[in-house]
Design a protein around this ligand. Structure first.
Ligand SMILES: NC(=O)c1ccc[n+]([C@@H]2O[C@H](COP(=O)([O-])OP(=O)(O)OC[C@H]3O[C@@H](n4cnc5c(N)ncnc54)[C@H](OP(=O)(O)O)[C@@H]3O)[C@@H](O)[C@H]2O)c1
Length: 331
């Protein structure tokens, strides 16, 4: 299938923001390949998500070694799309991958050792079919490996030409300050931090955001829509084609409690008063911090990406709206 990207994809210059104090600008929304890129979905749908995202100006695609199922398959699928349809556009794309979770058998297939991190990156490059990724992450801190070893592996990836920038994910404020100090001393500054952040999980407001700002590190919150909860998806029940109706280990029907639903309906009233969908409100809320560069969304349908990109048509929340949101969330 031939794909010609939209000529208008860069028609909104304010859709890009520099990541921390680096020179790299990211699209305000990035597409994550955690779900909907495994062997359990139609390849054509996965491909249409990438096409729609790119047509709408999304330049950043986030993967990890273990995304699938099976682990590795999201990288393989993305590599195929790149090879068959986007080969001429590599320099317009920011491709990220990570290592840190369980990937292969034995003591070297997990966590943060130099042995695992660098072998995993080599495997990722093969699966995606590229010579380098733009961002290579430590997916989670490893309590049993010296931080200097994991950061040393990230630095090595850059020096070996296998990554352009490095990032960390799921590190606490204290761990981030330590990691950033080590990376600075090695001459490979930390570009970006990827934490979970959404209206239902605000932990980064208690210290991490300050550390990121002080160190000039960009922030890319994952699950900004709480896996679909903070959208209109579940307002009237659980649709058969939703993540919660599938066999997700991470979003189960019992997570959609009466208390959450009450909040979602109240938040939806605020969204409607702004002429937005609930998803759009949840995204501009996450993007309101100076150090938040991009929100890392997932999607199962191209229309969801269209809806989410439109959030940027009304990006500023006023003080009254912010206070009303706080009140609803603290109920
Ligand atoms: N670093 C880490 O440890 C880590 C952990 C988790 C995720 N991540 C990254 O974050 C990315 C995003 O995670 P996520 O998929 O959980 O993010 P999310 O954006 O919070 O949730 C995405 C889901 O929300 C629903 N949705 C999205 N837009 C919608 C819209 N406009 N209207 C209605 N429903 C909408 C879809 O659900 P349905 O599928 O039900 O349609 C979609 O699959 C991942 O792909 C991955 O790259 C990183």
């Amino acid at each position: 299938m031939q794909y010609i990207p939209s000529k208008d994809r860069y028609s909104r210059p304010d859709f890009y923001k520099r990541c921390g104090k680096s020179g790299l600008a990211l699209s305000r929304l990035s597409l994550g390949l955690w779900h909907n890129f495994g062997d359990n979905v139609l390849y054509e749908n996965a491909r249409s998500l990438v096409f729609r995202a790119f047509d709408l100006g999304i330049t950043h695609f986030d993967i990890a070694n273990n995304y699938g199922p099976p682990p590795g398959f999201a990288e393989t699928n993305f590599g195929r799309i790149l090879r068959e349809n986007l080969a001429g556009y590599r320099d317009e794309l920011v491709i990220s991958t990570k290592a840190g979770y369980d990937m292969w058998d034995g003591p070297y297939g997990n966590w943060g050792s130099r042995k695992y991190m660098l072998a995993s990156l080599d495997q990722s490059l093969k699966r995606i079919g590229v010579e380098y990724v733009d961002i290579f992450y430590s997916h989670r801190p490893d309590p049993k490996t010296p931080m200097s070893e994991t950061m040393g592996a990230l630095d090595h990836a850059v020096r070996a030409g296998k990554a352009l920038y490095v990032g960390i994910s799921n590190y606490s404020a204290e761990q981030t300050a330590e990691a950033s100090g080590i990376l600075n001393s090695l001459g490979t500054p930390c570009l970006i931090h990827q934490p979970r952040y959404n209206m239902f999980d605000r932990w980064i407001e208690n210290g991490l955001l300050k550390v990121l700002e002080a160190n000039g590190i960009g922030c890319i919150p994952f699950c900004p829509l709480a896996q679909g909860l903070l959208t209109n998806r579940y307002l009237d029940g659980i649709p058969a084609d939703s993540r919660a109706a599938g066999n997700s280990r991470f979003l189960k029907p019992e997570n959609i409690t009466a208390d959450k639903l009450e909040k979602l309906h109240k938040l939806n009233v605020i969204a409607q008063s702004r002429g937005q969908t609930l998803a759009q409100l949840a995204l501009v809320w996450v993007l309101r911090h100076t150090s938040v560069t991009s929100a890392l969304i997932g999607a199962s349908k191209a229309g969801q990406i269209e809806d989410n990109v439109k959030a940027m048509e009304n990006p500023v929340l006023n003080q009254d709206e912010l206070e009303s949101i706080d009140t609803i969330l603290s109920m």
